[in-house]
Design a protein around this ligand. Structure first.
Ligand SMILES: Cc1cc2nc3c(=O)[nH]c(=O)nc-3n(C[C@H](O)[C@H](O)[C@H](O)COP(=O)(O)O)c2cc1C
Length: 193
């Protein structure tokens, strides 16, 4: 199982959470981490190179800090440019069929905020329904996302444990659990991986 992590963080030098998670991922077996803002500081994405990377992977992890309940801008640019008609979708677009699609995101707010009645009103998984349907359209398997909440307060110990879990999760040889359409509160709550 070959995993590629597409890491989208515009200020990795100032990052604590994503930097720690990415370092753990880099040391895991069969995992490659690509620092996308380093590769494309001017948003000029090399589409052929990106498609080649995807072709070789069985599992694609999109790792990013949640910005404005969404992804950093370069990830959106990457989607717009790389997931082309006739390649990723459409009657001839079969390049990504069956590959796993993993969202790995961190938030400043804590998990309690991302519940019904919490400050942010919705479960975090709900904000990423756009990615879930994108995965469906390009025939990838949308598996359980990996969330790290409360980035400002997570202790060094808890972050180290989280990084270990992350590396184990994204490098596991067996297929990851597919997340179906979200319908019940339990789906949104995303119990332990
Ligand atoms: C521009 C910007 C927008 C943000 N938007 C959100 C948000 O919508 N929800 C949230 O919980 N945290 C938000 N945050 C906090 C980041 O998600 C948090 O700082 C990040 O996950 C920490 O990871 P890092 O240590 O790798 O930078 C935002 C931060 C920035 C700079």
């Amino acid at each position: 199982m070959k995993t590629v992590v597409l890491l989208f963080h515009p200020h990795l030098d100032q990052s604590r959470v994503n930097k720690t998670l990415a370092a753990a991922a880099e040391n895991a077996a069969n995992v490659t981490v690509r620092n996308m803002y380093d590769l494309y500081p001017n948003f000029q994405i090399d589409v052929a190179a990106e498609q080649e990377v995807l072709k070789k992977a069985d599992r694609v992890v999109f790792q990013f800090p949640t910005y404005w309940y969404s992804t950093p801008a370069l990830m959106k640019q990457w989607e717009d440019d790389v997931l082309t008609h006739g390649w990723a979708y459409g009657s001839q677009g079969k390049a990504l069929v069956g590959k796993e699609f993993v969202v790995a995101t961190s938030t400043g707010a804590d998990a309690e905020n991302y519940t019904r009645g919490g400050d942010d009103n919705y479960w975090l998984a709900e904000f990423y329904r756009n990615l879930q349907d994108t995965a469906k359209l390009i025939n990838m398997k949308y598996v359980r996302p990996f969330f790290t909440f409360d980035a400002e307060h997570i202790t060094d110990d808890a972050l180290a444990r989280q990084a270990k879990r992350y590396a184990a999760y994204i490098s596991q040889d067996s297929p990851l659990k597919i997340l179906g359409p979200l319908q019940t509160e339990a789906d949104y709550a995303l119990p332990e991986l």
